[in-house]
Design a protein around this ligand. Structure first.
Ligand code: 4NP
Length: 185
């Protein structure tokens, strides 16, 4: 069932606000980790899109991605995702890796793509501080208010890859804009 929720989601904005302040206090860029299952389709695409939009808008951000399933560790993103992303100007060169508990310490914002990723992240997070970094990618998808997950395109057709990129461009644009806000905004 789809939930129609406020966009951007207020809880997610709280996570971004804390991330922005933590990074500013420590004189560094905010660190964002994108998480899916295989780390070969959705999350490396989110990373590549976020990096490009952040650079275009003048935001310094450190981005990475990881997955819960380690079977593709070391692999480049799925060829279909690389080709679809390249049509939009994104070169995806991330090498897949499995998420580890330390990621919830090293990153300020940890972005899951679907219910399963979010549940797995909450299970991994064994402290409130770690848990409080978890957000859902579609919390930022302002142009797709009916989408509550970024669906896994792996077993589907070409349209699924395009839709994933549509959602990720929408959500990453909003996430960059939120990270660019200052205390005066
Ligand atoms: P992703 O897609 O989570 O968006 O990277 C998947 C890719 C591969 C598998 C699952 C999901 N897999 O099970 O091999």
């Amino acid at each position: 069932m789809r939930r129609r929720i406020e966009r951007p989601a207020p809880e997610a904005l709280g996570v971004v606000e804390r991330a922005r302040r933590a990074a500013a206090d420590e004189g560094r860029a905010p660190r964002v980790l994108f998480v899916c299952l295989g780390n070969i389709c959705r999350s490396p695409a989110a990373q590549g899109i976020m990096e490009k939009i952040a650079a275009a808008k003048g935001l310094a951000a450190e981005c990475d991605s990881a997955g819960f399933y380690g079977g593709h560790a070391g692999d480049l993103p799925d060829r279909r995702m690389r080709e679809t992303a390249w049509q939009r100007g994104y070169r995806l060169e991330h090498r897949a890796r499995r998420i580890r508990l330390g990621d919830l310490d090293d990153f300020d914002i940890v972005v899951g793509m679907d219910d399963s990723n979010i549940d797995s992240l909450h299970s991994l997070a064994d402290t409130d501080v770690r848990d409080a970094k978890i957000v859902r990618m579609t919390d930022f998808a302002v142009a797709h208010p009916d989408a509550d997950s970024v669906p896994d395109p792996y077993y589907g057709g070409a349209a699924g890859f395009q839709f994933v990129l549509d959602l990720l461009e929408d959500a990453c644009t909003e996430l960059v804009d939120e990270l660019l806000k200052t205390d005066n905004d």
